[in-house]
Design a binder for this molecule. Structure first.
Ligand SMILES: C[S@@+](CC[C@H](N)C(=O)[O-])C[C@H]1O[C@@H](n2cnc3c(N)ncnc32)[C@H](O)[C@@H]1O
Length: 290
């Protein structure tokens, strides 16, 4: 068993640095609240993430939101009637979550706020939550500790619970940032693309560290930790790089609604799942039927 765990976990080559993540998000501050509304293509991404929350969250469910940050999705979860426990590694983001909850009136749905690392959630009892939401890349930040995080998520989830993730996508990121990428030395790009790791070992001097997943790799990681994948989708495979056109379409509801409709459809096609900047996966514990 331990040997299996080691085999799985050593595929992730870089080392998790919790202190780096915490400092990065403390300093990122208010920008996190605006991240998913600052450009039309981010709004499309928000729409796809929200669509899957609407599908799986029913009023009264107990939801653990890991990496909730400033609360963009906390607000949606509360609007859907969930009882939310907010968790994050960054105390600065937790402060912002509290601030925006008061400002936008979603504090009533927040049951608790926990300053924790999802790799060790021993403060939470087993089988506590109906749903765990881990949107926006926490699983991309923990690098070689992704297995620990998944074991913890599975532990705190009720037997029939659902866990929802979104992670940074390797090919989606390459697509979006291709202009900058081609100006880097080929050895740097080979190291990043080969491992999926954006970190000092692959790209010295870069100020954002994360593991970018291939969709297949994410699926294998989840299933090898006892989480059965119910759905996998990209979130902006059509819209990425079309900000100007999207801004025009945004003013014409029929056009905007068409974009959202077709984006949802395209993103879950097997040929497109790798091509958004994030990949979403909805899972449940194995041996339990949803
Ligand atoms: C990009 S933000 C995502 C915010 C929000 N969930 C969203 O999707 O818009 C990532 C958040 O995950 C948190 N995070 C990263 N690693 C974590 C860990 N190991 N445990 C708890 N939170 C973590 C960061 O502090 C940050 O607030």
């Amino acid at each position: 068993m331990d040997q299996d765990k080691n085999e799985r976990d050593k595929k992730m080559t870089s080392h998790y640095d919790a202190q780096w993540v915490e400092t990065f998000y403390d300093e990122y501050g208010e920008k996190e609240w605006n991240r998913l509304i600052r450009e039309p293509e981010e709004e499309v991404k928000l729409h796809v993430h929200r669509y899957y929350l609407e599908k799986y969250i029913q009023p009264g469910l107990h939801v653990l939101e890991i990496g909730a940050a400033a609360g963009r999705f906390t607000r949606i979860l509360v609007e859907l009637g969930a009882r939310v426990t907010v968790a994050d590694l960054s105390s600065g983001q937790l402060d912002l979550n509290r601030k925006y909850a008061a400002e936008y009136g979603f504090e009533h749905g927040v049951e608790d706020r926990l300053h924790l690392d999802m790799c060790d959630m021993s403060v939470i009892e087993a089988d506590s939550f109906d749903v765990v939401v881990c949107y926006g890349g926490p699983l991309s930040y923990v690098f070689d500790k992704a297995g620990d995080a998944l074991r913890e998520i599975k532990r705190v989830l009720k037997p029939v619970g659902v866990a929802m993730f979104s992670v940074m996508s390797l090919w989606g990121a390459v697509h979006k940032y291709l202009d900058g990428i081609i100006s880097l030395p080929v050895e740097v790009n080979r190291a990043i693309i080969g491992s999926g790791d954006l970190c000092p070992a692959t790209y010295p001097g870069n100020n954002h560290h994360c593991h970018m997943y291939r969709a297949k790799e994410l699926e294998e990681l989840l299933t090898s930790h006892g989480l059965m994948v119910l759905e996998m989708t990209a979130c902006n495979c059509l819209s990425t790089l079309w900000n100007e056109k999207l801004a025009e379409a945004r003013k014409i509801p029929e056009q905007w609604n068409q974009i959202l409709e077709f984006e949802l459809q395209a993103c879950r096609e097997p040929g497109c799942v790798d091509m958004g900047t994030h990949t979403i996966a909805v899972t449940k514990k194995e041996n339990h039927h949803a």
